[in-house]
Ligand binder design. Sequence first.
Ligand code: IVH
Length: 561
Amino acid sequence: MEHGALGAEIAEHDRRYHGEDDPIISDAEYDALRQRYDALETHFPDLKTAASQSAKVGAKRALRFAKIIHRVPILSLGNCFSDADAADFVERVRRFLNLEAAPAFTAEPKIDGLSCSLRYEGGVLVKAATRGDGAEGEDVTANVKTIAEIPHQLTGSAVPDVCEVRGEIYLGHADFVALNAEQERAGGKIFANPRNAAAGSLRQLDSSITAKRPLRFFAYAWGEIKNRGEMSAMPATTQWGMVQAFQRFGFRINPRMALCHSLEEMLTVYRAIEADRANLGYDIDGVVYKVNDLALQARLGFVSRAPRWASAHKFPAEKATTILEAIEIQVGRTGAHTPVAKLRPVNVGGVMVSNATLHNAEFITDKDIRIGDTVSVHRAGDVIPRVDAPILDKRPASAIPFVFPLECLCDLKTALVKEETAAGDEGKVRRCSGEFACPYQQVEHLKHFVSRRAFDIDGLGDKQIEFFFNDPDLSVKTPADIFTLKARDEAEPIKKLKNKEGFGELSVKNLFDAIETRRSIALERFLFGLGIRHVGETTAKVLARAYGSWAIFETVSQKVA
Ligand code: IVH
């Protein structure tokens, strides 16, 4: 009974994950289901049939792409969830091989993207396929050819006649954030995480869309490799050597890959990669250990869906579930009203999270997220934590739908407007049209003005700006007020900044000095600091280069006006 129900549940999660790029449970929760399922089959071997979930890898492919049968199946990886599991894995390998000591292993980050198999014939890329269910995947050749990091032609010597290189297609954190911002602006789908965004970008029927997405690729495995003649086609006899060969052929390989000679070294690499997780710039969910010697790999072989010679040592979950206690609205510099989830604090992959983004009003209604719901929360690297979805079977009767405000939170009560997207549709972002009349936008403008990539004023961060903005004595309402602070401070002894809480003689002097050093800055920083919509750092640079100086910029813009 339990086995059947669990199997159906796993199949549904596989379908959502692989077929729709829209998982509703965390990887850790999925792993737990799978572990329970495998344990049942270990205790009751009769349950294991050809229809069993343990015989499958991932879900059947989505229907819109042509199918490609993998000549060498793409397998999955067994997991370790603790140091003790990793020790068991190494010991199992040693015992199976009947060795005195454990063999060498490679250790490398487990990239949280989607695996792809690239077939080169005569050095030329002829086919690219997704993993699919491991036996057959989707033909994504046209899309893959738009990915700059995937060579169309292999380079170097001794390239096998047939060479299937496998690895992970992924999207970096910064590109993910930029893509979602662009999606939001254009009224498109907001992706829940970089993996979904990468999958959504790859599985486009129109490859010109894929071409606009900065997908990346790491090579770490292979499928069929052969030469037409007698000569051996394998470029190396070790896992390490194979990956180095892929680099010579023109692929990026992961710089964190290491060769380990003991369990201790493997765990040291695991911990070093885990400690650096937030700085890698892309999502990873563990470290993969692989027996280095290919002859030993061959002796070890496979068991059901995974090789005996490899295992993924997973990081503690970066997803968690908690209660959504309230939804607050944050007003941004451009007047955008963004819903922020106020959560019962929860530990997500080692960091306490109590706020998370809910993207926009549509996201809340589409996912039917209600206050009081238990929600899944995701945090990856340095990306802002986000709410993924409500857990419907934990919904209390008292849960209440959120009513998005129609007016700005400010005293002006300006009506919120949804602007047209570039495509002419109604956008998803609700914005206050009050601009500089809206105090929320004023203060956000000031924060942007002093920020690191604009005026970069030391000692003037978000907290100080809010204080200066709200303090009636200091009354910093526009950027110009920052530059009159010192003169005003000197003129009015009773309102002196050094008497305010958190300030002293020295900190005030340092702040005034820092402000003075920014009286003249690079034009591009100035233009960026103005916070004009659609003028980001790149556009500001282009404008600065085109105009050369503020004087010219001002004259020209006055003429145009
Ligand atoms: S090796 C037979 N190495 O993890 C072993 N897989 O859970 C083949 N993955 O389907 C896989 N980074 O999509 C390997 N450095 C890495 C990986 C990696 C990510 C993915 C891959 C695979 C899945 C298995």
